[in-house]
Design a protein. Structure first.
Length: 394
C-alpha cells in the first residue's frame, strides 16, 4: 500500500464538516468503522466543558486502529520519539543517519522497516508504544460528547509488525476498562481525567518538605491545566499522574476542581478466548488474525521456540500449529506439548498444505485435536475455534 506518510497530513481533511455525536455514540461509531474495514483518519473534538475541547486523532488501516494521539506527528518526530524511548544512544545521530541510508524517506512504514531490519527498534516496541498512546487517547474521548470527521483520503502508512497489522480493539478496550477501575478508586480525591488540580493554601504548601513536589505544584497547578494537560506536557501516563495527585490530596497539599460533572460508566469487561497461532508465514498469520480478531485475542509466534516461551507465561485456550516450520516443526512441537501435563487437554489444531491420509494419521498420533489444510477457509477456521474454546462470542 502506498499511503501518505504522517508528515503529509498534519491537518487531515480540515475542510470536511464536523459531525456531532453524544458520549454514548462514540463506541458504536468506532465499531461501525471496524465492521466497514475503513482506512483513513478520524479526527475528534471532545467537549470537556462548554467552550473547551480536546482535539484527538485516531489512525485507521483495514478496520483496525493503528495509532491514537493528540495530533498527527510527522515521520521525523515519530522516529525521534521511538528512538529516544527505546534506543536513546542513537538519538543524537538518528536524523543524519536516516537521510544517508534511506531510499524512500517519504514513507513512515519504510522508515520503521529500515530501523527494525537494522535492529535499532523492534516491531514489538513500536506496537507497545502505539498501543499505550492509543489507550491514553481512547481513555480521554470514550466518555465525552463531541464532534468528529473521518477522511478516508488521508490514509497514513503507520501500521505495525511484519504482517502490517493494527491494534487489537478488544485488548485496547479491556485496558481502558481496567484503567477506569483505578480512576474510580481515586475518584473521591481526583474526580476524573479532566479535573483541574489546585494548590493548597500557602501555609500548607510551606509544610511540603520535598522540594520537587513543591516546585511541581507551583509550576503546574495554575487553575487552567487539567490532569491530561499536565501529563501530556510531562510525557507521563495520566493515570500515574492522577494516582500521585491522589496521594498529595490525602496529605492536604492540593485538591481538584471538576471541569464537568460526568459519571463515567466503565465499559463492560470483555472476556475472549485466547488463541495462539504458530506459523512462519506472515501472509498466513495475517489471514488468521483477520479471520479471528473480532472474536478472540490472537497471539502470534513465528517458530516453535517463540511459542514455547509465550506458552510458559501466557495461558491460551487453543493452539493453531503449522506442520512445516524451520527448526522444530509442528509435529515435534505438538508431541513435546502433549508430554507436559499442563498441555494434555489444550486443543491443538494442525495446519498444513498437505492433505494426505498419512499426514493426518501422523498429526493424530502426536495428539493433534483437529487437522486443517491450507489455503484456510475463514468460516471453517472460525467454526473450529468456536468448537473448542469456552466463553467465546464467535
Amino acid at each position: 500500500m502506498s499511503g501518505m506518510s504522517m508528515g503529509d497530513v498534519l491537518i487531515p481533511g480540515e475542510t470536511l464538516p464536523l459531525i456531532p455525536y453524544q458520549s454514548q455514540d462514540l463506541a458504536r461509531l468506532i465499531e461501525s468503522f471496524r465492521q466497514q474495514q475503513v482506512s483513513g483518519t478520524l479526527q475528534l473534538e471532545v467537549e470537556v466543558q462548554p467552550g473547551r475541547c480536546w482535539q484527538r486523532v485516531l489512525l485507521w488501516y483495514g478496520g483496525e486502529i493503528t495509532y491514537g494521539g493528540n495530533k498527527l506527528i510527522d515521520r521525523g518526530e515519530l522516529i525521534r520519539i521511538l528512538v529516544q524511548k527505546f534506543k536513546p544512544e542513537y538519538a543524537q545521530s538518528i536524523d543524519g543517519w536516516l537521510i544517508q541510508q534511506l531510499v524512500y524517506p517519504h514513507s513512515s512504514r519504510e522508515l520503521l522497516t529500515f530501523l527494525v531490519q537494522r535492529q535499532v527498534l523492534t516491531w514489538e516496541q513500536i506496537e507497545t508504544w502505539a498501543q499505550g498512546q492509543t489507550v491514553f487517547t481512547l481513555e480521554q474521548v470514550i466518555s465525552f460528547a463531541g464532534k468528529y470527521r473521518f477522511n478516508p483520503q488521508t490514509e497514513v502508512d503507520f501500521y505495525h509488525g511484519a504482517d502490517g497489522s493494527g491494534l487489537n480493539w478488544n485488548q485496547l478496550m479491556m485496558t481502558v476498562n481496567t484503567r477506569q477501575q483505578y480512576w474510580n478508586k481515586i475518584s473521591s480525591l481526583i474526580p476524573g481525567i479532566a479535573a483541574v488540580p489546585l494548590p493548597a493554601d500557602s501555609a500548607t504548601l510551606s509544610k511540603i518538605s520535598e522540594a520537587a513536589i513543591k516546585q511541581h505544584v507551583q509550576k503546574w497547578f495554575d487553575g487552567q491545566r487539567t490532569i491530561v494537560d499536565i501529563a501530556t506536557a510531562l510525557d507521563r501516563d495520566p493515570l500515574q499522574v492522577g494516582r500521585s495527585y491522589a496521594q498529595w490530596a490525602q496529605m492536604g497539599w492540593m485538591h481538584c476542581q471538576k471541569l464537568i460533572d460526568v459519571v463515567v460508566e466503565p465499559p463492560a469487561p470483555v472476556e475472549l478466548p485466547i488463541v495462539l497461532s504458530v506459523d512462519d508465514s506472515p501472509i498466513v498469520q495475517t489471514r488468521i488474525k483477520r479471520a479471528l480478531n473480532d472474536h478472540c485475542e490472537v497471539l502470534l509466534a513465528n517458530d516453535a521456540m517463540s511459542a514455547l516461551h509465550l506458552l510458559a507465561r501466557q495461558p491460551v485456550d487453543l493452539l493453531l500449529l503449522d506442520v512445516t516450520m524451520p527448526g522444530i516443526d509442528g509435529i515435534e512441537l505438538c508431541q513435546t506439548l502433549r508430554r507436559m501435563s499442563k498441555f494434555t487437554q489444550l486443543p491443538i489444531v494442525m495446519l498444513t498444505a498437505k492433505d494426505k491420509s498419512y499426514d493426518r494419521a501422523l498429526a493424530e498420533m502426536v495428539g493433534a485435536t483437529e487437522y486443517l489444510t491450507k489455503p484456510l477457509d475463514d468460516e471453517k477456521l472460525v467454526a473450529i475455534v468456536n468448537k473448542y474454546t469456552k466463553g467465546g462470542n464467535i
